[in-house]
Design a protein around this ligand. Structure first.
Ligand code: HEM
Length: 487
């Protein structure tokens, strides 16, 4: 029954996209000197959707982009899932889109994702409200105080996870690393530690994200409906924590700037509101946002860890250099029986280069989607009002104009490229006013994971394949067999 309804809706969507194609064309439009980029709108009904998806499922996901780049140039138009889309593989155009100085772009997500986010989600909101919430969250996540404190928690979960690995059976890396990242994320967001509440969130969140890519049908029995129910249950639980925390804050009069901010929830609760963005954030909005922040945080980081391990397994030279650097730090720390500081992990140059190279090649977020709210001209290209733009990160990261021998995992290239910040051709965390607030936390977690992994185990990975669609994954979850290093 569920599938029959979904099939009917697909047909409906296709008819609608046909209608849009027939009556919604404005390709010849020009503004100033700008022209809509060249390209093809594809088949009636389907546009170029099938080609786009087929390329994503193949082992060469760039085919779709490369083919059109060679025909039409670095910026081209297409039609995917009934929407006119301009795809940019040009780092300068991408930068302007992401910077969004004139507020010409708003986020564009598929309908199922929009349905799962609340109206006041950080992922969806714009303008002063977005700026305020983004600043509060990023300010907390980047603070040295958080990094100092969370380092112990990350070390603990990493060591606990690694200790459960045995040499007798395959370890499925893709599943294992989630045991590290999820508890850390929940701790950072709302200070919930191991126990029933964490298990509840783990279960419900797994159910919730199944609805991220599905048909946008919202009635009992559909995938989206089940996901929304899971979200409701999580919000209810978080709402209780928010109310309790608020009460403690009022009782202790702990609203002052000097008090420690322990998690994202605290950071949002302490906001006093201001004239430009009006009142304080409501408990409901805070609860929703805590859950919604798990969407960009939960899937990306474990994928980065898995891909780092995959690339290192295929690059023995890089692995041995990484091991050498980390063994040296371990010796140093053992000799003076000192705890690691977060800065110890972050100051290992080769390890940081391994992380940059992993992020460049893994392309966990392959592109960033926006919708224009005005006619906009960038570098001579016209982006008409209400069109979607996809700033392709993968195309930029894998372009030989930007990186010599781009398909080679070569952490040493970063010694020459130098500072990561400010480089248009490297944007795994996006950019502009939506630059990922979890950037530094992610790098720290990756550094701690890699340190303890390479100083504890040697491993052999089974043959496995990277899948790029709908999200980056290992086909067989990356099975490895490990052997403890005797020290
Ligand atoms: C390797 C790991 C990660 C990668 C590659 C990554 C990538 C990104 C990218 C590309 C964006 C920009 C999206 C856009 O412009 O529309 C983004 C936004 C975001 N990320 Fe991350 N992310 C990672 C980890 C995390 C973590 C661990 C957290 C949470 C602690 C997080 C929280 C967020 C949030 C809340 C946003 C939305 C920011 C806004 O719209 O203002 N991310 N991320």
């Amino acid at each position: 029954m569920e599938w029959m309804i979904e099939v009917c809706v697909v047909i409906g969507m296709l008819l609608m996209s046909w209608w849009i194609l027939l009556y919604g064309k404005n390709d010849e439009k020009t503004v100033g000197k700008g022209k809509v980029p060249k390209g093809n709108s594809g088949w009636p009904l389907l546009g170029e959707t099938l080609d786009f998806i087929a390329s994503g499922y193949s082992s060469t996901p760039l085919t779709f982009f490369e083919k059109r780049k060679s025909l039409y140039g670095n910026v081209f138009k297409t039609c995917i899932l009934g929407s006119n889309v301009i795809i940019s593989t040009d780092p300068d155009v991408n930068k302007v889109v992401l910077q969004n100085h004139q507020a010409n772009f708003v986020p564009a997500y598929p309908k199922s994702i929009r349905e799962l986010m609340g109206e006041q989600s950080i992922l969806k909101m714009n303008g002063t409200m977005h700026k305020k919430v983004h600043t509060l969250i990023a300010g907390f996540l980047r603070s040295p105080q958080l990094k100092a404190r969370i380092t112990r928690d990350i070390e603990h979960t990493v060591k606990q996870c690694l200790a459960s690995w045995t040499s007798h059976q395959p370890i499925y890396v893709q599943d294992q690393v989630k045991k590290i990242t999820f508890p850390v994320l929940v701790k950072v967001l709302m200070s919930v530690g191991p126990g029933e509440e964490l298990d509840f969130l783990y279960r419900e969140f797994a159910e919730f994200i199944k609805g991220l890519i599905c048909l946008p049908l919202k009635f009992p029995g559909t995938r989206l409906y089940k996901s929304l129910k899971s979200k409701d249950r999580m919000v209810k639980m978080v709402r209780k924590i928010v109310e309790e925390r608020k009460k403690v804050m009022i009782d202790n009069d702990a609203d002052d700037e000097g008090d420690a901010v322990n998690d994202v929830l605290d950071a949002l609760l302490r906001d006093k509101g201001d004239s430009s963005s009006s009142a304080r954030l409501s408990p409901e909005m805070i609860s929703q946002n805590i859950i919604e922040m798990m969407i960009p945080g939960e899937e990306t980081l474990p994928t980065a860890m898995t891909m780092a391990l995959k690339f290192l397994s295929d690059s023995p030279l890089a692995l041995s250099k990484l091991q050498e650097e980390n063994m040296e730090l371990k010796r140093l720390k053992t000799n003076c029986s000192e705890d690691y500081a977060w800065t110890d992990y972050m100051s290992l140059p080769f390890t940081q280069n391994v992380i940059s190279e992993t992020l460049r090649m893994a392309n966990i977020v392959n592109g960033i989607w926006r919708k224009s709210v005005n006619d906009i001209e960038i570098k001579g290209y016209l982006i008409p009002k209400h069109w979607c733009v996809m700033a392709s990160l993968t195309s930029v990261h894998m372009d030989e104009k930007n990186y010599e021998n781009p398909f080679k995992f070569d952490p040493c290239r970063w010694e020459k490229i130098g500072a990561v910040a400010g480089c248009n051709s490297f944007a795994p965390f996006g950019g502009g006013n939506r630059l990922c607030p979890g950037l530094e936390l992610s790098r720290l977690e990756l550094s701690i994971f890699l340190h303890h992994l390479v100083t504890t185990y040697r491993w052999v990975a089974e043959r496995d394949e990277i899948i790029y669609f709908p999200t980056v994954k290992m086909k067989k979850k990356l099975p490895i067999s490990v052997q403890a290093i005797s020290t």
